[in-house]
Design a protein around this ligand. Sequence first.
Ligand SMILES: [Zn+2]
Length: 283
Amino acid sequence: MLAVMMLGLCACGTTKPQSASPGPTPRTSTLLAHAFVPAYRDPKGGTLIAAERLMRRNRLVEDWAQAANDGFVPPREVSVVARQCGTVNAFYNPQDSSITMCYEMADFMTKLFARPAPGQTAPPDEEGVEENVVGALGGVFYHELGHALIDLYDLPATGKEEDSVDQLSALVLIAAAEDQQDYSQIISTIEAWGRISQQTASRPVARETFADEHSLSIQRYYNLMCYLYGSNHNAFLPLVADGELPVARAVGCEREYARMSSAWHTLLGPHLREPLPVATQTG
Ligand SMILES: [Zn+2]
């Protein structure tokens, strides 16, 4: 997954080629090295047992922690914990440097994807639901990892941090997709935001929602779609041709993707476990 993290940070057309000359010293010391440490806490019971089983069955927390460790040696221990929270959420806590993925979020995603897709009447099969849940939870985790990295490395940021870490999540998922030729995780994440926005489409938007630090669900849906299209506009032209991604936004997506990729590259490059290779990708 280190390759994926590095690909994610290199997949930018505007990045100037990196020279092999010394940059900031990578954190390679293994003595007293800290790490991202996975853990599962038992749910108190009820429907969340199924959510816990889904996460354990797919080794989600283990794989997420491993992906983070492949990319970084954190300056302090960071626990990556799946647990019951009492609310549908996932969050990074800077007080104890922990990333929490709530079983309620897995349960919410399972119910979200168990409904028939728009235009379909039959509910999807369990395997398809689980694949979508795993993908969308990956999108959530890399969002939270973004919050963690901003805190751990005291990264500068302008604009909304919530938007920035959505960008990092998209970068990692798109890089993984390119690496594995499997776009299911980023597509499931986009699909999740589309479904969440549809659930609330008929209700008036509360002032608190407009004021929230997070962008609206429908905006997050279009942002991620724009990044995917911008990463490879030839492959994802149908998003625009079919009218899903408005042309007015689509025309700038390639540049938008390259810029945000370059920005994250600049911010995280010095902290990667291994130095970034010479950038050759121009897509
Ligand atoms: Zn967030």
